[in-house]
Write a protein that binds this ligand. Structure first.
Ligand SMILES: Cc1cc2nc3c(=O)[nH]c(=O)nc-3n(C[C@H](O)[C@H](O)[C@H](O)COP(=O)(O)O)c2cc1C
Length: 356
């Protein structure tokens, strides 16, 4: 069989992606009470029209307390489903697979949107709320101290993820991604830099991964076998004493038999002072290593902007999918342009045929 390239379809379980290009989840901070709006329909819809294989909706809070900001998108009540149904249906009508990232911000919750007060924590008397985390360790020393979750609190949040997945299914999404990266709650359990617990959810490696494994099992139990489940991780904390790529390989090997289909390999955001060597494709080696050593599909993300660069990642077998974030904000039609650049038929929607 010929080796896959950027425009080779990918089938995972019963879902076929028309190509290997995904819209990486991107918070829009444009929701009120968690509700999606016409903004989300147009934003995500344009990228489906633009030819992406997978359109992943932003970090979506499984409970109101788990929002990074009051503007975060949410899926903690059934009332959220109606607008999401419209969005997922539109994405599908335009040939892309609708996905949704479900999330809990943990100790990084209760902040202003990035364009207000630099995204600083909101004081409780100005509309902020108490945050929860594995331990009473704040993100920055000057941040409010989160409350450490007890066992009941952990169980409630895992249940909230499962309810969120059920709502995502009702809305017509076909991929769920668990957000276990970027210093949010699930990552906080993984990393010794945030997790100082002494019970079965902290300390030894096998204890620190327990929350993510239980979360995965709870979501997989309600998310149908026919649909793919992705997990986004920060493959490294980029910090001495933190979570490492070796840790990520072992975690991926634990997630694979729990019916996770793809590890979306990001990095960082656990601590404010990490030194991150950001450069084109700098996280691709994580996707490559995890794919090879854990034998699971991976997604590569981070400063992938050029069609030839993206094509090479797939052709060389470093990852099974590429996820683009900021480049998709610059150009919603990136896949159509990339197809032309790579000598493939772009297949624009009929309405746009005269332009491509
Ligand atoms: C506006 C914006 C919002 C983002 N929101 C999320 C998010 O909701 N979930 C997530 O996992 N990553 C989020 N990210 C990170 C991106 O998904 C991506 O991993 C990162 O931007 C690197 O990819 P890029 O170089 O293609 O932009 C966000 C990035 C941007 C620019």
């Amino acid at each position: 069989m010929n080796k896959p390239h950027l425009f080779t379809p990918l089938t995972i379980r019963e879902i076929t992606f028309r190509n290997r290009i995904a819209v990486s989840p991107m918070c829009q901070y444009s929701s009120v009470d968690g509700f999606a709006s016409d903004w989300h329909l147009v934003h995500l819809g344009s990228r489906a029209v633009g030819g992406a294989g997978l359109v992943m909706m932003e970090a979506t809070a499984v409970e109101a307390r788990g929002r990074i900001t009051p503007g975060d998108h949410g899926i903690w009540k059934d009332d959220h489903i109606a607008m999401l149904t419209r969005i997922a249906s539109f994405i599908k009508q335009h040939g892309a697979v609708p996905g949704i990232q479900i999330a809990h911000a943990g100790r990084k919750a209760s902040c202003y949107v990035p364009w207000e007060n630099n995204g600083a924590p909101i004081p409780i008397n100005a509309g902020g709320w108490e945050t929860v985390a594995p331990s009473t360790v704040p993100f920055r020393e000057s941040d409010p101290i989160p409350r450490a979750l007890d066992h009941g609190g952990i169980r409630d949040i895992i249940d909230a993820f499962a309810h969120a997945a059920r709502r995502a299914l009702a809305a017509g999404f076909q991929v769920v991604e668990l957000h276990c990266a970027h210093g949010y709650l699930a990552h906080e359990f993984l990393s010794p830099l945030a997790n100082r617990r002494t019970d079965e959810y902290g300390g030894a490696y096998k204890n620190r991964i327990r929350f993510v494994l239980e979360l995965t099992e709870a979501v997989r139990a309600v998310w149908p076998e026919r649909f793919p489940l992705f997990v986004r991780i920060s493959a490294t904390d980029w910090k001495e004493g933190g979570w490492t790529v070796d840790d990520s390989v072992v975690l991926a090997s634990e997630l694979h038999p729990r019916h996770v289909d793809l590890i979306d390999c990001s990095s960082g955001a656990m601590v404010p002072d990490a030194k991150i060597p950001a450069a084109p494709g700098f996280q691709v080696p994580f996707a490559e290593r995890i794919k090879q050593e854990a034998g699971i599909r991976t997604g590569a993300v981070g400063m992938i902007t050029d069609p030839h660069q993206a094509d090479e990642i797939i052709r060389s077998g470093k990852a099974d999918m590429v996820l683009l974030a900021r480049e998709f904000l610059r150009d919603p039609y990136w896949p159509l342009h990339a197809a032309k650049a790579l000598g493939q038929d772009p297949h624009p929607p009929v309405q746009y045929q005269r332009a491509f």
